[in-house]
Design a protein around this ligand. Sequence first.
Ligand code: PMP
Length: 353
Amino acid sequence: MSKYWSAVVRGLTPYVPGEQPKIADLIKLNTNENPYPPSPAATAAIAAAVDGALRLYPDPNADTLKAAIAAHHGLKPAQVFVGNGSDEVLAFVFQGLLQHEQPILFPDITYSFYPVYCGLYGVQYKTVPLDEGFRIRVADYAQPNGGVILPNPNAPTGCLLSLEEIETLLQANTASVVVIDEAYIDFGGASAAALVDRYPNLLVVQTFSKSRSLAGMRVGFALGNAELIDGLERIKNSFNSYPLDRLAQAGATAAMEDRAYFEQTRQAVIDSRERLNDELAALGFEVLPSAANFVFARHPKRDAAQLAASLRERKIIVRHFKTARIEQFLRITIGTDEQCGALVKALKEILGA
Ligand code: PMP
């Protein structure tokens, strides 16, 4: 605390990201990164962009990247917004599209950055409880609100809503913006991008951090009606004209265009998830059905915090949240089969199985 801080800074409760350890040879299954490297076409494009042109500002509108994203999703470039990671896109969404008279709605168990943005921008919110099976019940969102935001699949549960359920949500909330945060959609769900042309109140947010293995580059995007996108552009152009640097624009465009590599790596993660699911179940874990690149699991006889600590002693880090209702769960990122194998071996030792 400093006497120089503004009242805004004094009132903030910042988000705490998962640990990025400085120690080598840890098996890192705590922040939902992709275990595979980015597309070789992406790293080549980034390398090729390292030249004298770096003296020039990048394209403020990232037109080439927007065109590649639009083509991938069958939309127009005017329906695409890009930002410095989907976290930045979400920040603009909270400020530009979710700040209204009525409180916004999001699940009680969800991405913990949402209440942080509400704190930063003074957005009132109300949380809607997940059901007993830790699922989102869309019928519970048919109530007056200033907007709705939820991840699909949800984080940290991994549970997926169908496109029919998303449509029900959109139809019940035509007076407000419904934001579907699809950070993990490529690992098992159908994207609501297919609904953008039919619902002017829909905004879909995606990222290059997970299914395109570019968390270190920070590129995220939103898809929606051109007027919603224009609202985000107005915020962006009042904040930072060049959120995506030349290397990020080059790398993300190449990653989006390398469809074969994307399909291959996301399928490898999905296959590993299904194997890990079975192995955890065989060890007595209850594993929630996941459509993401992580699983959310609890052991009926073992304390989750102790399990996480014992794994750490064996150089494996997973995520544990000290949050009501989920304090006995571990969120485990899907690694390579080798990493998943090391996790299962360590758990067998810890459980004495
Ligand atoms: N949404 C959800 C649900 C997430 O879990 C994350 C990753 N922490 C993000 C958005 C942000 O991802 P990024 O800023 O890397 O695009």
